[in-house]
Each structure stands twice: as structure tokens, then as C-alpha cells.
Design a protein around this ligand. Structure first.
Ligand code: GDP
Length: 458
């Protein structure tokens, strides 16, 4: 099975990092295909905690190719910080490869992201304000700067100039807003009331400074820049195994998620082909990762959200705080209507259910099996209309809970019967086998259901 995609089956933070880390043991390459440094994977290896925002989780296997695909947008400053951080911890990053076609997040993208969110006020999407949306927008507008542009200062300058020009208006508005905010905060007074200080042009947006700065990043990243689509082709063609690691998740997909409360790329399995440069027939398996409950960060519909003590218990027991932002995650029951939708969109072949341990002590357990609209209509499948989803009331199947601490379970037989019944119900309802169950954050805290997959390295 040479091509395997791993996707988030819910609203993100499902523990994809750990599942990728486990499956990566038998792979030749691990490829990220979309998103930017708004992703956050946490992996615990031998008691040591690793957090990745941009670099694929596969970096912990120095002998394997670890690839940032063309579908990723990357902020070179953040990438270099992540590389340096790993080097300081003794991790060899020599096999990191970055697609020459990946797009770069520029300082103006970050400023525009923040300005956009501030402008939307209460309607804000809850982006991480890292410039990812504006960067993808520039890519679609054909105004993006790509990794390969870093290698030619003349071209880089020309492209930055072309990209900056149409943004002047937006940035001027931004500077007016900034001035207003500074005035409100009394910053002008603190600076001796000198308006020229507050009005000084942002040095990060100076064409010359930006070109120099980014050309410098190009020199440092050059050894890692490659034709990563070809790299995948060569491995797959030779019978090797390539893991395609999704960031964010299905319900945050730009096309199929709860738009506009979505991410600005496509995290579903189909996007692995575009974002890595491989063909659909290169994909043999699609693993969906879902928590045994549900969480969501930021705004947007979340039918099974719990605002009570059970939700609080999930938040605390599951340490539901964002890796990248530290934000508290909204928690709720597992939503099988939404999960079945994710199964369909990704044509999932296997499920990994993480954090089952977090549910111990909660009795009864509930899973949403249908929605009911305000008008009383029943929805067995995920409604396409946002207004319905916003007001949908979930209807639950109640299942017996379990008290036992699952953290030491290592085989199916170790799991309490109620936990097994819960997993059986989920798998039966969505029609996909559960192959892996997480019972704690540690790498070994998993239960393989059936055989552990044997992957063939080339
Ligand atoms: P990702 O972005 O999908 O990789 O998810 P995150 O890394 O943001 O969140 C997953 C968090 O849950 C991390 O802190 C993991 O260490 C932790 N985790 C993963 N699997 C399990 C599990 O089975 N049980 C528990 N308790 N924690 C887990």
C-alpha cells in the first residue's frame, strides 16, 4: 500500500500528529500537502514533547524524507525557527525537502489577516492571524511569491513589487485603523505626542528591506528546496510508501466545511494529490482521525457542543488547548452525522479514534445520530444549508460509559466492554473499521484493532 493519506475527520486537533508518527515508522516519506503554520501537531516521544506548526511530524525519523508540499503556504521565518529549534534538540533535519512551488507568507499577508479579522468584528472567522488566508488569496490571484523566487533576488524584488501594489489601498486603511487604535490607547501621548512616530511607515513593508530579508531566507533554505512531486513519484514508482499528512480537518475544508468558518485550503484526502503533485491512483488508503468526542476552535456551528460540566470535564481531561494559539477548545459529544459526512468526502478506508481515555468517568455517553431542524425536519445526513446547521438540534444515542482508566490498555481485550461497545457502535454507524484507538498521549498508548499495518519501505 504505497500511498496513504491521513486526514482529520472532525474540526481538527484530533491527534493526527500521533497517528502520522505511528504510521510513519513504515513509510519512506511523510508529506504535508496543505495549510500553513496554523496547524499544530503535538507528539510525545519517549516522554519528550514536540510541537510542530509547519514541519511534518515525520521529521522525528531522520532517515525518511520529510516533505513540505507545493500545497502548503509557508512563512520562512517560522520555518527557520522550527528548523533551528529541532537542531538545538539534536534532531537531524537533513532530509527535509521543501517544494519549490510552495507559496510564501509575506509580512503584508500577516497584516492583512489581522486587519480583516478586526474589520469583521463580531463576525470574525477566528483565524490564527498568521497570514494564511491572504497568502492563498494571492496564490489564486496569481500574485503569490513562491519558494523558488527566493533564489533570484531580481525576480523576488519584481514579484514583491507587483504583489504590494494592489495592496496599497488595503494597507493604507490598515494604517488609518492602527492610528485610531493607537490614539484610543493613548500611545501617541506616551511617545510624547509626536504624530510622526505613529505615522512612520511600517519598516516590514519596505520593498528593499523585504527583498533583502527574504533573499537571506532563500540562502538558508536552499539546501532543502526541491522538486518534491518528483521525489514522491520516484518513491511511489519504486514501490515505496508515502504518507500524506493533512492539517486541520474535513469540516474546516474550504469547499466542504462550514463555510465561511473554515480554513483557507482543502484538508480532505483529494487535496493530497494536488498539494503534493501525485495522481489519484497513487492513493491506496485514507485514514481518518477522530476523537472519541468532538472539539472545535474558534467560531462556527458545532451542533453537539456542551456548555455544561461534561464539556468542562472533556476540556480538562483532554487538555483541550490549541497547540498554536493556546485557545480553549469548545467540547462536545461525538457527532456521527458529521463523521459519516467526513467518511464520504474522504472515502475513508480506516478510522483512528483518539482520546478514548478522556471519556472514562462520563456515564452515560452520547453520540449524535441525526439532527432535527427548528421546523422539526429530521436530517440523517449532514445538511448542505448553513442556516439549518446553525440551528440544528442533535438527537443522541445513549451508550453506557466506563469508569476504568484506559491509559494502560494495549490490546482490544484490555478495553472495558462498554468502551468496545462504544467503538463498535461508531464503526457500525459510519461503516468504516476502527484500526487504531488512542488511550493516552504517549506513542505507545494505543490499541491496534486487528493487525498492526505492515508498510513496506522501498
Ligand atoms: P493534531 O493537530 O490533529 O495532531 O492534534 P493536536 O496535536 O493538536 O492534539 C492532539 C493532542 O492530544 C496532543 O496533545 C496529543 O499528545 C494528545 N493525544 C493524542 N492522542 C491521544 C490519546 O489517545 N489520548 C490522550 N489523552 N491524548 C492524546
Amino acid at each position: 500500500m504505497p500511498g496513504i493519506v491521513i486526514v482529520g475527520a472532525q474540526w481538527g486537533d484530533e491527534g493526527k500528529g500521533k497517528v502520522t508518527d505511528l504510521l510513519a515508522a513504515g513509510a519512506d516519506a511523510i508529506v504535508r500537502f496543505q495549510g500553513g503554520n496554523n496547524a499544530g501537531h503535538t507528539i510525545v516521544r519517549d516522554g519528550e514533547l514536540f510541537k510542530f506548526h509547519l514541519i511534518p511530524s515525520g521529521i522525528l525519523y531522520p532517515e525518511k524524507a520529510c516533505v513540505i508540499g507545493n500545497g502548503v503556504v509557508l512563512d520562512p521565518r517560522i520555518l527557520l525557527e522550527e528548523i533551528e529549534g529541532l537542531k538545538r534538540r539534536g534532531i537531524d533535519v537533513g532530509n527535509l525537502r521543501i517544494s519549490a512551488n510552495a507559496h510564501l507568507i509575506m509580512p503584508y499577508h500577516v497584516l492583512l489577516d489581522t486587519a480583516g479579522e478586526v474589520k469583521l468584528g463580531k463576525l470574525s472567522i477566528g483565524t490564527t492571524r498568521r497570514g494564511i488566508g491572504p497568502c492563498y488569496a494571492d496564490k489564486a490571484l496569481r500574485l503569490g511569491i513562491r519558494v523558488q523566487d527566493l533564489l533570484d533576488e531580481k525576480i523576488l524584488r519584481k514579484k514583491i513589487l507587483a504583489a504590494l501594489e494592489p495592496k496599497q489601498q488595503a494597507l493604507r486603511e490598515l494604517s488609518v485603523q492602527r492610528r485610531k487604535l493607537r490614539k484610543e490607547a493613548g500611545e501617541g501621548a506616551r511617545q510624547g505626542g509626536d504624530p510622526s512616530v505613529a505615522d512612520a511607515p511600517d519598516p516590514r513593508l519596505d520593498l528593499h528591506t523585504m527583498t533583502e530579508e527574504f533573499a537571506g531566507y532563500g540562502h538558508r533554505l536552499e539546501p532543502h528546496i526541491a522538486d518534491t512531486s518528483r521525489l514522491c513519484w520516484n518513491l511511489l514508482d519504486g514501490g515505496g510508501t508515502v504518507l500524506f499528512e493533512g492539517a486541520q480537518a474535513t469540516l474546516l475544508d474550504l469547499d466542504h466545511g462550514t463555510y465561511p468558518f473554515v480554513t483557507s485550503s482543502n484538508p480532505i484526502a483529494g487535496a493530497a494529490c494536488v498539494g503534493a503533485g501525485v495522481g489519484p491512483t497513487d492513493i491506496d488508503e485514507v485514514w481518518g482521525v477522530a476523537k472519541a468526542y468532538a472539539t472545535r476552535v474558534g467560531a462556527g456551528p458545532f451542533p453537539t457542543e456542551l456548555l455544561d460540566s461534561v464539556g468542562r470535564q472533556m476540556l480538562e481531561a483532554g487538555h483541550e488547548f490549541g497547540t498554536t494559539t493556546g485557545r480553549e477548545r469548545r467540547c462536545g459529544w461525538m457527532d456521527l452525522v458529521a463523521l459519516r459526512y467526513a467518511v464520504r468526502l474522504n472515502r475513508m478506508s480506516a478510522l483512528a479514534v483518539t482520546k478514548l481515555d478522556v471519556l472514562s468517568g462520563i456515564d452515560p455517553l452520547r453520540v449524535a445520530v441525526r439532527y432535527r431542524s427548528r421546523e422539526g425536519a429530521v436530517f440523517d445526513s449532514f445538511p448542505y444549508h448553513q442556516s439549518i446547521l446553525h440551528s440544528a438540534q442533535p438527537e443522541y444515542e445513549e451508550l453506557p460509559g466506563f469508569e476504568a482508566d484506559l491509559s494502560a490498555c494495549r490490546s482490544e481485550a484490555d478495553l472495558p466492554p462498554q468502551a468496545r461497545a462504544y467503538l463498535d457502535f461508531v464503526a457500525g454507524f459510519v461503516g468504516v473499521p476502527i484500526r487504531l484507538v488512542g488511550v493516552g498521549p504517549g506513542r505507545d498508548q494505543v490499541v491496534w484493532m486487528g493487525d498492526e499495518p505492515r508498510l513496506r519501505a522501498a
